[in-house]
Design a protein around this ligand. Structure first.
Ligand code: ARG
Length: 464
């Protein structure tokens, strides 16, 4: 495609430099935003008397035709065009002739690309929010299913205290809810229109930036034109939010990998979300979880590339900024597919309740409750802690567990021990009694589930 900017430069661009310079292989995905923005630009130009109404009609008709043909596959993006903006403008002029050349009045590719990317990011944030909601819903439903299932809770990956699987799953629901909040927050700062900033300094034409912004669904406009064409903060913010989201995925993924191992055998993933081994017939591999864990690195990388691209570049637009798009697209695509895979994978995941209980019965995870028992009978906690520690250490040596140690043995350590100690260290009771707000008791987890469901309802209401 002949360069539209050929003027000052008359010579042909070196072939490899042309390839190096082009962004169309990746920015072609912005065609819809580019065309929508251009239609609005033509509307504004005509409304302000900058181009004739008839030309505007032809431009819009031409642009709508291009959009339709691209969508139906009748027209293909010309990869010899430098970027999507040049491609659309070129295709328009090819279709409607000289009037097509009026479209780029009071506009530069600098504000055009800034607009297209913001429009794209806005739409994607909306999609991401929906997907995060589905993820939170899947976790909450699973938590409801297993709100009575006792498992060991861990610290340092050592069995610590009994919890329920529902409680554990709700912890993740909380994380993803915060991700949702972060996305909503990024949306606010993305929803500001740069169009009309032009190349960097604004324009001598009597344009109406607010009309254009409003027509395109923006809340407000960038108040400084130099900033408007240079600002990619919202993309950095999105990639930060997605990095945190992916960090959550990597933690959940790691637990799914552990839980589905033969060593733990806490959960079984459904066949539709596991793979087999080509050589070891017994294998059922949690590939989806491992991939999500791995892809976290890639999203962190996207954030780092974008920050590094933007670091130290002077105002206003610099070609470095063409490098913003690939990390943004990649991070969005990656987060979306992880959300799409994980929500149904969690829904189909089954807990092995017997194994969880079995693991909870080992490892003395009711030792805190034994110490609390003595404390409640009047012994200072530090002393109770010490006695319990000695009992545990003796049990480890003799192969006993706290539940099976006879009362007369207990009484050798302290005469405060009585028959009711067995009730105090019963795992189900241990869970039941942790009824503080946010705690692991069934009642408390039910309250957490209800609180999250209320938020989900509210969020869904906003979308309707
Ligand atoms: N393809 C460019 C980008 O992605 C569009 C803006 C180019 N502007 C310019 N003055 N060269 O950033």
């Amino acid at each position: 495609m002949k360069k539209m900017w050929a003027g000052r430069t008359a010579g042909e661009l070196n072939k490899i430099a042309d390839k190096f310079n082009a962004s169309i292989p990746f920015d072609k995905r912005l065609y819809r935003q580019d065309i929508t923005g251009s239609i609005m630009h033509a509307e504004m130009l005509a409304a302000k008397g900058i181009i004739p109404a008839a030309a505007k009609d032809h431009i819009i008709e031409g642009l709508e035709g291009i959009l339709e043909d691209l969508e139906s596959g009748k027209l293909e993006v010309d990869l010899t065009a430098e970027d999507v903006h040049m491609f659309v403008e070129g295709a328009l002029t090819e279709r409607i002739g000289a009037e097509g050349k009026m479209l780029h009045t009071a506009r530069s590719r600098n504000d055009q690309v800034a607009l297209d990317l913001r429009m794209y990011v806005k739409e994607e944030i909306e999609d991401l929010q929906q997907l995060v909601l589905e993820m939170v819903e899947a976790l909450t439903d699973k938590a409801e299913e297993y709100k009575k299932t006792v498992m060991p809770g861990y610290t340092h990956l050592q069995r610590a205290q009994p919890i329920t699987f529902g409680h554990h799953l709700m912890a993740y629901a909380m994380m993803y809810l915060r991700d949702l909040d972060r996305l909503k927050d990024v949306y606010k700062r993305t929803n500001v229109s740069p169009i009309g900033c032009c190349a960097l300094a604004g324009t001598t034409y009597l344009t109406d930036r607010r009309m254009e912004a409003k027509g395109l669904g923006f809340d407000s406009i960038c108040l400084n034109s130099l900033d408007g064409v240079s600002d990619r903060d919202y993309s950095v913010e999105l990639l930060s939010a997605l990095s945190i989201l992916m960090m959550h995925f990597s933690r959940l993924a790691e637990e799914v990998v552990l839980w589905s191992s033969w060593e733990f055998k806490f959960v079984e993933l459904s066949d539709s979300f596991t793979t087999g081994s080509s050589i070891m017939p017994q294998k059922k591999n949690p590939d989806m979880a491992e991939l999500a864990r791995g892809k976290t690195g890639r999203v962190y990388g996207d954030l780092m590339s974008l920050l590094t691209v933007l670091k130290g570049i002077p105002l206003a637009y610099n070609k470095d900024m063409q490098e913003d798009k690939e990390p943004v697209f990649d991070a969005i695509d990656t987060a979306k597919i992880c959300l799409q895979v994980f929500a149904p994978m969690i829904r189909e995941m089954k807990a092995n309740e017997e194994n969880m209980m079995h693991a909870a019965q080992k490892g003395f995870i009711n030792a805190t409750d034994l110490a609390d028992y003595l404390t409640k009978k009047g012994m200072p906690f530090r002393e109770a802690y010490k006695i319990t520690g000695t009992i545990v250490s003796d049990c480890v040596k003799s192969g006993m567990v706290l539940e099976n140690l006879p009362l007369e043995e207990y009484r050798k350590y302290s005469d405060m021990f009585e028959q009711d100690l067995y009730d105090a260290i019963d795992l189900i009771n241990c869970v039941k009694r942790r009824n503080s707000e946010g705690g692991t008791s069934v009642e408390s987890v039910e309250a957490q589930i209800q609180a999250v469901r209320n938020i989900l309802e509210e969020e869904k209401g906003e979308w309707e």
